[in-house]
Write a protein that binds this ligand. Structure first.
Ligand SMILES: Nc1ncnc2c1ncn2[C@@H]1O[C@H](COP(=O)(O)OP(=O)(O)OP(=O)(O)O)[C@@H](O)[C@H]1O
Ligand SMILES: Nc1ccn([C@H]2C[C@H](O)[C@@H](COP(=O)(O)O)O2)c(=O)n1
Length: 228
């Protein structure tokens, strides 16, 4: 097996299992883990906290250089801070989830976070065995030179059922409400990225009928095959 540090890109729609699978693969292969969605959420958290009008794209673009966002890449303990504040829980609220697509749709935000993501990936390549980076545009925009590209998907009902189970009864309307929330966010995200389309060179992994462990195993096999 080659000793070259590697990048594994994992993209896919909301709730397809990107975070759980990417962390599991990173642990198995001794890689770092980068959650790019958490960075868009952290930017949104900061905008909401600072009273930026999210309907005003110019205001969002003007404000986006200000927050200092730091991502920790240990797959056992991923972390994210904004201006030194731990926002790991704060970025998962319904308020942030409902607002994040609007912020992620502003090109100046994307430019800033993509630059940050490339810096983190470069540091991981220099200092470790590599990184699993997950999001919506890793394989086609952030890191087209990734060594392995995975497009992780699952049926809308499987994604909604899994997300519902994770959230318990918190979402109004239960699994049906979650299904509608996922569909709405995917539709919003599709204005900016391609959440339902595999990038050129990406291998599609359909997790609808697979357990989490089976998906991790499948992705590890694909990465090891590509590594040679
Ligand atoms: N193959 C699977 N079988 C059963 N449950 C799964 C599977 N994959 C993921 N899950 C569960 O589904 C839920 C959503 O997974 P996860 O948060 O990893 O998705 P995601 O794609 O990162 O979501 P988002 O895009 O919203 O950040 C979690 O509760 C996770 O444990
Ligand atoms: N590379 C990325 C990652 C995420 N986003 C957007 C799309 C999502 O609605 C939002 C939050 O991501 P999640 O935590 O649910 O994976 O961020 C993006 O545009 N590009």
């Amino acid at each position: 097996m080659s000793d070259k540090a590697i990048v594994v890109a994992v993209d896919g729609p909301s709730g397809s299992g990107k975070s759980s699978v990417s962390k599991g693969v990173a642990r198995r292969l001794g890689l770092r883990y980068l959650d790019t969605g958490a960075q868009y959420r952290a930017m949104t958290w900061w905008m909401l906290r600072n009273g930026v009008d999210l309907a005003d794209r110019e205001a969002v673009a003007a404000a986006c250089p200000k927050p200092v966002i730091v991502s920790g890449t240990d797959p056992d303990e991923p972390s994210i801070t904004v201006d030194g504040t731990d926002v790991a829980a704060g970025i998962r609220t319904a308020e942030v989830t409902g607002a994040v697509s609007a912020v992620a749709g502003v090109q100046a935000v994307r430019d800033r976070l993509i630059e940050l993501q490339r810096q983190i990936i470069a540091a991981a390549l220099a200092q470790s065995a590599g990184v699993v980076a997950e999001g919506r545009d890793i394989a086609d925009v952030v890191c087209p030179q990734a060594d392995s590209k995975i497009f992780l998907t699952a049926s809308p009902t499987a994604r909604a059922a899994r997300r519902s189970a994770e959230l318990g009864a918190v979402v109004a309307g239960g699994s049906a409400g979650t299904l509608a929330d996922l569909a709405r966010r995917d539709a919003e995200d599709a204005k900016t990225t391609r959440p339902h389309e595999a990038a050129p060179g990406a291998i599609v992994v359909d997790a609808t009928h697979l357990t989490l462990d089976q998906v991790i195993e499948r992705v590890v096999e694909l990465v090891e095959t590509a590594r040679g």
